[in-house]
Unconditional design. Structure first.
Length: 510
């Protein structure tokens, strides 16, 4: 599942040059080598170089992510390796039963394909308040933040802000403030916090590399005998890949828990954790039952770090890369009228939630029988549902963007519900939509008998149509699929083109 990206087979020894002289140049260090070259190193890497060491640099203008190898001929296990790291696997055990993590080295030029890091090394770097002290003598993150171990996520953010102000007033050093921020970010991630609490109880507990690697990594150690791996005995520095982004966050896409909520957007490949301090509205897990009724959207600005995980697709394990918002660098902008919109959604849930058994019966009905919208309304009335119940809610998924439904509904003469799909009868076409994120819009040519066409479509599947199995796609007049994509304007433009309509409407938030 977790493969290692192959690096170049070119051995590092051919590129090493002995350091003859060291010269400080501002915040950098210039190494004059025995072969007449001058190599500029960053302050961190340069501080580990001495005269007589051997240096190899993959780029003439090194940066924090440039691959650099410093060999210490006279000291075993003291080589220094800097590289732009890739994915870090989950903890495994070696033949001796010791846990380790393997960090990929994508596109390495020194023949090294992976970095082997024992889990205690990861623990001591990421979970230590004082990286120069032994683990047994470490104060906890909770002590640093002046908090009990059962602190809620809302209290955690507030405590971090207050503690940061205290430390700033005490003229704390940048490194101490960075440690405080690291403590908060790791505790604010539910999965990482579980690992941290476990390692506090048992120091031998295997810990994963936070955020799965991806960043500039500097380690100390030595190469394997074949030169294909680097065995680290200490992490000297790690800087994750990150960028500042501002994204809209529809509240209907959040998964609500007692103490926090999480947005996992598969299309934009982002994950954002929200607490009650960040979004000052009291929620609870029951919100997840009616979140699809919430139309409000808030703006999130955050520093997103690069992360990833493996997922099995079509029988193969593939690396899915995404981004996670750092809690300490996350800000939220709330629109006017938010509370009113939520109260309106809650009222709708309160009114219709009592009819969940009837709605389940209607859901089972449309799973088997394509049913036109007006007929569904009559069925709703017969089941005792209020007259203003929206039949589209029968199969609506919370992560579905209402924009697509609105654009199709205003063009449709009528709509059928079948399985988990909406079938729209337009003037010049038939459009099939799944009210769930991640699905494309299917467009068909207009048949002479729409009702007959619906029953023919009910006997097949979207995959059969797309692959034209038994010529069913051609028989149904399949014109193509329109991926929702990143911008709604592109989807709308292609829809209008497919259904033979002028595009005189552009989405507000394309």
């Amino acid at each position: 599942m977790e493969t290692v990206v192959a690096a170049s087979t070119r051995p590092v020894m051919e590129m090493l040059a002995r350091v003859r002289e060291l010269k400080h140049q501002g915040s950098a260090l210039v190494c004059a080598t025995a072969d007449g070259r001058e190599v500029t190193l960053t302050r961190l890497v340069g501080s580990n170089v001495r005269i007589g060491d051997e240096v190899a640099v993959a780029d003439s203008s090194p940066t924090a992510g440039t691959e650099i190898y410093v060999r210490k001929p006279s000291i075993r296990g003291a080589d220094v390796y800097q590289v732009k790291a890739g994915y870090a696997t989950l903890p495994k055990q070696d033949k001796r039963g010791e846990s380790f993590v393997r960090v990929q080295v994508p596109n390495g030029q020194f023949g090294i394909g992976a970095i082997h890091i024992p889990c205690p090394i990861i623990r001591d770097y990421f979970f230590s308040v004082n990286r120069n002290a032994a683990w047994a003598k470490q104060p906890t993150f909770y002590y640093l933040l002046r908090l009990p171990k059962d602190v809620t996520f809302k209290e955690l953010r507030l405590a971090y802000r207050l503690r940061r102000l205290e430390m700033q007033q005490e003229n704390a050093s940048p490194s101490d403030l960075a440690t405080l921020e690291r403590a908060y970010n790791l505790l604010a991630d539910p999965n990482i916090r579980v690992q941290y609490d476990s390692v506090l109880r048992d120091a031998t507990t295997p810990v994963a590399f936070p955020y799965s690697g991806f960043g500039s990594l500097v380690v100390r150690g030595e190469k394997s005998l074949d030169g294909c791996a680097f065995f680290a005995n200490r992490i000297l520095a790690f800087l994750p890949e990150h960028r500042r982004r501002t994204v809209p966050m529809p509240l209907r896409k959040l998964d609500y828990f007692e103490d926090y909520a999480i947005l996992r957007d598969r299309n934009r490949k982002i994950e954002i954790l929200v607490d009650h301090q960040l979004l000052p509205i009291r929620w609870d897990p029951t919100w997840s039952r009616w979140r699809n009724l919430i139309s409000a959207t808030v703006q999130i600005s955050a520093d997103f770090v690069h992360t990833g995980h493996y997922r099995k697709r079509s029988g193969e394990w593939k690396l899915i890369e995404c981004e996670t918002a750092l809690p300490s660098r996350t800000e939220l902008t709330i629109p006017d009228g938010l509370e009113e919109e939520i109260l309106k959604a809650r009222a709708a849930h309160t009114r219709f939630g009592q009819y969940w058994k009837q709605i389940d019966r209607l859901r089972a009905h449309v799973e088997q029988i394509p049913t036109e919208r007006d007929e569904l309304r009559r069925l709703c009335w017969n089941q005792g549902l209020p007259g203003d119940f929206d039949v589209a809610q029968i199969t609506w998924r919370p992560d579905y963007d209402a924009y697509y439904h609105e654009q199709l509904s205003k063009r449709a003469r009528t709509m059928y519900l079948f399985r988990d799909e909406y079938i729209f009868d337009l003037a010049k076409a038939v459009v099939v939509e799944v009210p769930q994120a991640g699905h494309a819009t299917y467009v068909f040519s207009k048949p002479p008998d729409v009702k007959g066409w619906v029953w023919q479509y009910a006997k097949t599947t979207r995959q059969d149509v797309r692959l034209n199995r038994s010529n069913i796609g051609e028989s149904l007049g399949f014109l193509g699929r329109i991926v929702h994509g990143k911008t709604k304007s592109e989807w709308l433009r292609e829809l209008c083109l497919r259904v033979g309509e002028l595009n005189d409407t552009s989405p507000k938030d394309s």
